[in-house]
Design a protein around this ligand. Structure first.
Ligand SMILES: Nc1nc2c(ncn2[C@@H]2O[C@H](COP(=O)(O)OP(=O)(O)OP(=O)(O)O)[C@@H](O)[C@H]2O)c(=O)[nH]1
Ligand SMILES: [Mg+2]
Length: 303
């Protein structure tokens, strides 16, 4: 029993298929861009924490990679992380796409949640039907009925992570069901990732944004230099890795035009994030089959 005025804290995992809007939702709750967002699927590759503090609670949202059948080591790592987040959380938000309805990838998530419900202590679970701004009013209602039969949850709420529709209600529910406990993180901490990681992600986001369909999954970014310089702009030097030289040519573009566009957009994003002017140098490199290279994947985690 939680006493009145007792502080609450807990982990809330965001689970959903690729592209359903998990990172958009995280950014909405944080009131700032932390996790990268893209219209192309499989954008998020590692779990990332977003920490929200109020006078009475600390909510630690865990944004996870989209759940899908993995094709390589990278994909397997992504799936493991989503399962791990789901197993460890105090609460689970399962995101479904109100436009596409329930798909095979969604059923993989239902299985993760049901396994947890079978094997361990109860965690509060809500199913959120996202992107309702794209469907007619009440369109989500039949979907909710179908979903109820497939996954037992404590709440079923239609939302829009883009417009904020019903997100106050979601937050109220989360806070109501958080366990009692002191804060896990200092109040000024926003995330578990360091600035280098976020900067690499912001560069990757722009590479995904500007490149054609086949390139995004082959892009990885590492920050090699990150240096404050007296009297000059901060220097950031990063490598953009691709798997083949044909992809390198796409990223660089004719006379370097594509790389310039990526660099300009990424610089603006990084300057907003760091709140200071920077000098950004980007290099494009080929690392054949990096998605199968365990050592390289480890390096990406700690970039
Ligand atoms: N119209 C609409 N678009 C949305 C909404 N939420 C997210 N999107 C868009 O959906 C796309 C995917 O959003 P993300 O937040 O990157 O999705 P994700 O679930 O994190 O995707 P992965 O990281 O690939 O698993 C982006 O283009 C978002 O702008 C929404 O409520 N309405
Ligand atoms: Mg994401």
């Amino acid at each position: 029993m939680i006493k009145k005025n007792e502080f609450k804290s807990g982990y809330v995992a965001l689970l959903g298929k690729p592209n359903v809007g998990k990172s958009t939702l995280l950014n909405y709750f944080l009131k700032q861009k932390l996790s990268i967002v893209c219209a192309k699927p499989q954008t998020t590759r590692q779990n990332i924490l977003g920490i929200v503090n109020t006078d009475s609670c600390q909510i630690i949202f865990v944004d996870t990679p989209g759940v899908h059948h993995p094709k390589d080591v990278l994909g397997k790592n992504m799936l493991k992380q989503a399962v791990y987040a789901g197993n460890d959380a105090d609460q689970t938000l399962v995101l479904l796409d109100a436009v596409s309805g329930i798909t095979a990838n969604d059923r993989m998530i239902f299985k993760i949640v049901k396994d947890r419900q079978k094997h361990s202590c109860l965690s509060w679970t809500a199913v959120l039907f996202n992107k309702i701004d794209l469907v007619k009013k009440n369109f989500a209602l039949p979907l909710i009925d179908i979903c109820r039969k497939e996954l037992k949850a404590d709440a079923y709420i239609p939302i829009s992570a883009r417009t904020g529709c019903n997100l106050d209600l979601v937050l109220e529910n989360i806070i109501e069901h958080l366990p009692a406990g002191s804060a896990y993180y200092p109040l000024e901490q926003l995330t578990d990732k360091n600035e280098r990681y976020i900067i690499a992600e912001l560069i990757r986001e722009q590479a995904l944004e500007f490149c054609l369909e086949e390139v995004p999954h082959c892009v990885a970014v590492t920050v090699e230099a990150y240096q404050q310089r007296a009297g000059r702009k901060m220097l950031i030097r990063a490598n953009i890795f691709v798997e083949r030289s044909s992809q390198k040519m796409i990223i660089i573009g004719k006379n370097g035009a594509m790389l310039k566009q990526i660099g300009t957009a990424a610089r603006q994003q990084i300057e907003d994030f760091l709140d200071q002017k920077i000098y950004l140098q980007l290099w494009v490199k080929v690392h054949t089959n990096w998605r199968k290279d365990k050592n390289f994947l480890e390096k990406l985690k700690s970039t």
